[in-house]
Design a binder for this molecule. Structure first.
Ligand code: PEP
Length: 253
């Protein structure tokens, strides 16, 4: 992959965080600035905190992302948020197709693709999540499932700067379980090949994150694997010390 790729460590706060979380956010911001030469750090807070965090992050290298967006620019879609609104509130990226959205809201690959295309329309980087269920891994279907999700969820408009793929085995999210390093490496090499085939040189520069129970104790091993260009971190991103301990894997890089 392209030598100039800058790793990304993104924190997905999910439905956690009130205004009182500003202290943790400020801690992450300070760490992000120290690590900025080595890696990009991003926080994806609930949409209610985006604008506030954007003000607090002025002048810092810490970037912000949304957790989901609607495919359309505007309209009668109560409770939904357009990619343009996230951009307006200070986001530079948005997570789409997280397994919790695919499960809780029955989002299909086609819908995820529409959301990723909307992110690009708005000038945001799309962080597209893919990953197998436990039963699919046990049945030896992991690569077929991930390949199908990539084919169905990635928009044609993607470039190295505007598309990040997050491989998140569903059974590893929030469970404390992780695949073996060999299993992670196998899936990441497969994703890299798919991106190369579809997008050529642009695909070769796209970042592929691992997500699923990343914590300070396993970050070095997981993030050191070939074609792992960073992490999407859930639970451990809520505490500045844990999140920064993960990102500090890149401090000596
Ligand atoms: C996630 O939901 O994107 C995630 C990786 O969660 P956790 O780190 O808590 O497993």
């Amino acid at each position: 992959m392209a030598a100039s790729v800058r790793p990304l460590v993104a924190g997905n706060w999910k439905m956690n965080g009130l205004a009182a979380a500003m202290g943790e956010f400020n801690g992450i911001k300070a760490g992000a600035d120290k690590l900025a030469d080595k890696a990009e750090l991003m926080v994806c807070p609930p949409a209610t905190l985006l604008a506030q965090f954007n003000w607090a992050a002025k002048g810092s290298k810490l970037t912000l992302g949304g957790q989901d967006c609607h495919a359309k620019v505007s309209g009668a879609h109560t409770g939904d948020i357009a990619a343009e609104m996230l951009k307006d509130a200070g986001a530079s990226a948005v997570i789409v197709g997280h397994s919790e959205r695919r499960t809780d809201h029955r989002e299909t690959d086609a819908e995820v693709k529409g959301k990723a295309a909307a992110a690009h329309r708005a000038g945001l980087t799309a962080i597209v999540c893919v990953g197998e269920q436990k039963s699919q891994r046990e049945a030896g279907e992991t690569l077929a499932v991930v390949g199908g999700q990539l084919d169905g969820s990635l928009p044609d408009t993607a470039t190295a700067a505007t598309l990040v793929v997050a491989y998140e085995p569903v059974w590893a999210i929030g469970t404390g379980l992780t695949p073996t390093p060999a299993d992670v490496a196998e899936v990441h090499a497969f994703i890299r090949k798919k991106l190369d085939e579809r997008y050529g040189a642009e695909g070769n520069g796209m970042r592929i994150l691992y997500g699923g129970s990343v914590k300070p104790s396993n970050a070095k091993e997981l993030l050191g694997l070939p074609h792992v260009n960073g992490a999407l971190v859930g639970g451990a991103s809520l505490k500045a010390t844990d999140f920064l301990a993960i990102a500090e894997v890149y401090a000596g890089a």
